[in-house]
Structures are given as structure tokens and as C-alpha cells.
Design a protein around this ligand. Structure first.
Ligand code: PGA
Length: 249
């Protein structure tokens, strides 16, 4: 069975509510749907307005983080139930910026991935090496450790529904993209790591995205590879015409 590509925008800490609504109006005005799944992962405060603004369109909604506990005294955090109440479909877990600035580890990523599945949310679990690790030639080891840690203890049926975003940290927001061959090589490797742990069905169902300076100009090179099942798009997802051009590479 062919995997449906997921092209997801990751807005990071950009856009006010008014700007988010303007994006949704403009985007749904120019994009009428297609073969791929499309999602916008927005800041928490934009999710409810976007849910309404995207109603009637095929655009799915994602959050960029959540806590792994059900509820509790965790000032400033957001629980999975708070997201499902809004009708969020996806949640980005373990983005490199969260690993770097907010002390996320493979262990917290694993707890969050499990909790997301328990609530019917589909996690987009991010992995990727930093530049020194690639230069030293340990990038496969680094990504393998992140994948193994992230999916540890997951049921095979859940792994099948998982999205893993391979985002080499050196390509994020730098304008320096991995080549199609570099991205394909790592995405194929991730699928084999998953196969060795969770079996064939999970590995074939799993979607592996590439992320890191995806733009309209390089989308075709990346999205036509056999093991790349979509993209996690930062900067270029903030502009409706650019995001549409990537989706329609
Ligand atoms: P970028 O970000 O497309 O701006 O490089 C990608 C990401 O961080 O998900």
C-alpha cells in the first residue's frame, strides 16, 4: 500500500492570531486540495482559531509540543487532552529546537510519543544530527539512537501510524539543504532501524519526512525519493504561495 505523503508546516513561534487567520483565508483561497495530506503545526494560541478557519478544507492541524502527563502542577505546559479538545490531529515531538533549548531528551520524547498515541494524536517525532556529528561520520549512529529511544516500548500498530521527521540540524533555517540523496539515504536508514525493532508492517506504514530548508525550488528533488514521505517545512510554510508550491512540487 502506498504511503500518503504528509506535508506539514511548522510555524514555530511566528504569527499572531490575526496573522494565522489571514494565512488560512489566503491559503484555502489558493489551495483546493490534492493527493497529499497537508497540516499546519501552529503555536498553541492559534490552534482553536485555525480549527475554525480551516473548517471545510482538507488542512489538518498540529501542535508543536505537549506534556507527557495527563494533567498536574506543570505551570506553562499543555496536556494532550487540551489538544484533542480542539480537534488537533498531529503533534510535533522532540524538535531539535526543543532538544537544544528546552532540555528534551530521547526519554521525554518517548514518554510524549506514547502519551500522544494514548490520546489518538499522531506524533511527528523529530530526529537529526548536528553538523559536527555528520563531519565526524557518526550521523547514522546518532539518528539510530534517537529513533530507538523514541519508539522504545511502542506497540507495532502505533509505530505504523507514526511520522518521523528527519531534520539534520545543520539544514534547519540555514538555507543549506541536504541533497536528495543524503535525505533519502537517512530516511531509508530510519525505516530499516524501525523494521528491525517493530517489523515489516510498521516499517512500511511509517512515514518518514525530511525537514530542513525545504523550499519550492528544492521540493521536487526531495519529495520524489522513494523513502521520503513528505516534508516538515519551517520558514517556507509561513507564506501561503510558498507552502502551496511545496505541496504541489
Ligand atoms: P526550516 O525549518 O524549513 O525553516 O529550515 C524546518 C523545521 O525546523 O521544521
Amino acid at each position: 500500500m502506498a504511503r500518503k505523503k504528509l506535508i506539514a508546516g511548522n510555524w514555530k513561534m511566528y504569527k499572531t492570531m490575526a496573522e494565522a487567520v489571514r494565512f488560512a483565508e489566503e491559503f484555502t483561497g489558493i489551495y483546493g486540495g490534492g493527493d497529499h495530506e497537508v497540516a499546519i503545526c501552529a503555536p498553541f494560541t492559534q490552534l482553536a482559531v485555525l480549527k475554525a478557519a480551516f473548517a471545510g478544507s482538507d488542512v489538518k492541524l498540529g501542535a508543536q509540543n505537549m506534556h507527557f502527563e495527563e494533567e498536574g502542577a506543570y505551570t506553562g505546559e499543555i496536556s494532550p487532552a487540551m489538544l484533542t479538545e480542539i480537534g488537533v490531529d498531529y503533534v510535533v515531538i522532540g524538535h531539535s529546537e526543543r532538544r537544544q533549548y528546552f532540555a528534551e531528551t530521547d526519554e521525554t520524547v518517548n514518554k510524549k510519543v506514547k502519551k500522544a498515541f494514548a490520546h489518538g494524536l499522531a506524533p511527528i517525532m523529530c530526529v537529526g544530527e548536528v553538523l559536527e556529528q555528520r563531519d565526524e561520520g557518526v550521523h547514522f549512529d546518532v539518528v539510530k539512537t534517537q529513533v530507538e529511544g523514541g519508539i522504545s516500548g511502542l506497540r507495532e500498530g502505533d509505530v505504523k501510524r507514526l511520522v518521523i521527521a528527519y531534520e539534520p540540524v545543520w539544514a534547519i533555517g540555514t538555507g543549506r539543504t541536504a541533497t536528495g540523496d543524503q535525505a533519502e539515504e537517512m530516511c531509508a536508514f530510519i525505516r530499516e532501524v524501525v523494521r528491525s525493532i517493530s517489523g515489516d508492517e510498521a516499517a512500511e506504514g511509517l512515514r518518514v519526512q525530511y525537514g530542513g530548508s525545504v523550499k519550492p525550488a528544492n521540493a521536487i528533488e526531495l519529495m520524489t525519493k522513494g523513502n521520503i514521505d513528505g516534508a516538515l517545512v519551517g520558514g517556507a510554510s509561513l507564506v501561503p504561495a510558498d507552502f502551496k508550491a511545496i505541496i504541489e512540487y
